[in-house]
Design a protein around this ligand. Structure first.
Ligand code: SAH
Length: 254
């Protein structure tokens, strides 16, 4: 073999290797892009994400009630957010659910649930169904949940979400939650998940003695606070808890 011939073969070989490595890189890039565009999360991925959500966002911030933690580990939050946002379902944040409404941050859902000190036999009223997620978490802990949503499309989607998640002890009503849901009153606990200027009187009336109400109070332009009310035989005791940010409580003015 003369020198020229060797050089040509060597050049061919390097060309061949270069082309091959380009091809490998291209295939690797395409695979990565496909992996990124496939909706992330097998059921196993979601359940791991849920466990991490509970330990990092909830236990670490001081919620220790085993029942509440178990409920948060159980409810498939990704089924309550729009499909294109599912990859964010277990992040430490509220998310948009359409119609200018939001699903609350997981920690706030756990915190509000914890403050109600629920029993297995309780009947709970929620005002502001939204995605249905908070109702689904409550439903793990109590006998039944009655929830009222003012925006019909939002309420309809919540009914579908709750069905997909297998919740059969949550009852959804479309209407103005200011009036509560009288037919099923009195309730052991009431939770409001939209910020109101003050506690609607009918809700207090629909609460049992020794029952609790948790509600964010304040307008969009003020600092809102979660307030906890306890109704005793003689009086109502109010405690101010955390500063929060909720979508506004709206009214259906007929
Ligand atoms: N609990 C929800 C988040 C609620 S967002 C969840 O887990 O996803 C607040 C919801 O309260 C919105 O869907 C809004 O439409 C609803 N809302 C506001 N004012 C209301 C009222 N007067 N009666 C019933 N629902 C109301």
């Amino acid at each position: 073999m003369n020198m020229n011939c060797f050089l040509i073969t060597y050049k061919n070989l390097t060309n061949y290797c270069f082309k091959n490595s380009l091809l490998i890189m291209r295939m690797w890039l395409i695979t990565m892009m496909m992996l990124m565009t496939i909706t992330p999360g097998s059921p196993q991925d979601y359940s791991n994400a849920r466990k991490e959500m509970v330990s990092h966002q909830i236990e670490r911030r001081g919620i220790y009630s085993s029942n509440v933690l178990k409920a948060m580990r159980t409810v498939p939050r990704h089924l309550f957010v729009p499909e294109d946002l599912r990859y964010l379902a277990y992040e430490d944040t509220p998310l948009p659910i359409g119609c200018s409404q939001t699903i609350s941050q997981p920690y706030i859902v756990a915190y509000m649930t914890d403050q109600l000190h629920l029993d297995q036999s309780d009947k709970v009223l929620e005002i502001g169904t939204g995605s249905g997620y908070q109702a689904a978490v409550l439903a793990q802990l109590v006998d039944s949940v009655f929830t009222v949503e003012i925006v019909p499309e939002v309420g309809q989607q919540a009914i579908e979400n709750l069905k997909a998640a297998g919740c059969d002890n949550v009852y959804v009503h479309i209407g103005d939650g200011y009036h509560g849901w009288k037919e099923h009153a009195p309730y052991d606990a009431i939770i409001v998940t939209a910020a109101a200027p003050n506690l609607p009187r009918p809700l207090l009336e629909q609460l049992k003695i020794n029952g609790r109400i948790i509600i964010p109070v304040g307008t969009m332009h003020q600092v809102q606070y979660l307030e906890l009310y306890k109704k005793t035989e003689k009086r109502v005791i109010k405690r101010r808890l955390l500063p929060v940010r909720f979508v506004p409580f709206t009214r259906d003015i007929e």
